[in-house]
Design a protein around this ligand. Structure first.
Ligand code: AMP
Ligand code: MN
Length: 271
């Protein structure tokens, strides 16, 4: 509702509950406007809740996502930081549209806007939904394969928050910072080492090990990274929509038993 998922917080909470989730977090991109509603929806379902967001960061010329869990969602430092990083999205979207027009796809900005719930948060996912609806591609994964990703028409490089800023916003407001789906960045071993080292130096404490964006081999690889870098482990579905997501809420395997789950680092933040 406030970023690029298609279900409401109430629908998500009841889906999570029905699927056996014990502790849930709504992690909108660069936005926490849905937190209060999500916490209330969780309470109505008898589901434990922890605040969440997924902050876009530029690191080594790549967009990296940093998940924050358990922060204070009313803290002005978090609200201001996220407001500032959302600021560039409108201009980027117009440039994406211009780029698509150069390959004969016209009116993509206006088309994407029809799918946008929060005017400050137009994302590539909204363009993808428009390109599917208008028949350019058969599904959103084809859109990302042919457009909107590095080297393809419609991709506009963008400078998001710094790694230091994102980790600081999360930790200074009482939360724990987590590197989201590291398997998705195609980093070299050196780049990945730099990411985990700098992340830890800024106060980051967790890595997503089991996620809808990882293969089972990547579960093992990033469980090893968690051990090597002494990071706690997180688990996230990356669920956006019943039609678009490979993995449903509550359907991922458990974290390896020897790793510390990130939420155990912030027990007082669980509601
Ligand atoms: P943005 O924040 O505008 O760059 O858009 C990020 C969104 O694009 C996230 O919700 C991702 O899940 C989605 N996304 C990025 N790459 C892909 C991909 N290859 N297939 C499907 N969705 C993707
Ligand atoms: Mn998303």
């Amino acid at each position: 509702m406030v970023s690029d998922g298609t279900l409401t917080p109430e629908e998500l909470a009841s889906r999570a509950k029905a699927n056996g989730v014990e502790l849930w977090s709504l992690t909108d991109h660069d936005e926490i406007g849905g937190q209060r509603r999500a916490a209330q929806a969780a309470r109505a379902q008898g589901l434990k809740y922890i605040t969440g967001t997924e902050i876009s960061v530029t690191f080594a010329n790549t967009t990296v996502h940093i998940v924050g869990l358990g922060f204070d969602d009313e803290d002005p430092r978090m609200l201001q930081g996220l407001h500032d990083t959302r600021g560039g999205r409108g201009k980027r979207a117009m440039e994406m549209s211009d780029d698509l027009a150069r390959v004969g796809i016209h009116g993509a900005y206006e088309g994407a806007l029809k799918f946008v719930g929060n005017p400050e948060l137009i994302s590539r996912t909204h363009f993808a939904r428009h390109l599917v609806e208008s028949g350019v591609c058969k599904d959103t994964s084809e859109v990302f394969r042919k457009y909107l990703t590095e080297g393809k028409p419609g991709f506009v490089p963008h400078r998001w928050a710094t790694l230091r800023d994102a980790v600081t916003w999360i930790t200074q407001t009482g939360g724990v910072a987590v590197v989201a789906h590291p398997g998705r960045y195609n980093f070299t071993p050196n780049e990945e080492f730099a990411l985990f080292s700098e992340f830890k130096a800024h106060g980051g404490q967790g890595v997503e090990v089991v996620t809808g964006s990882h293969t089972p081999q990547e579960y093992l690889k990033y469980a090893d990274a968690a051990r090597e870098f002494s990071l706690a482990a997180s688990c996230g579905s990356d669920f956006h929509s019943p039609d678009e997501s490979r993995v449903d809420l509550g359907s991922l395997p458990r974290l390896p038993a020897d790793l510390t789950p990130v939420w155990e680092l912030v027990p007082d933040r669980i509601r």
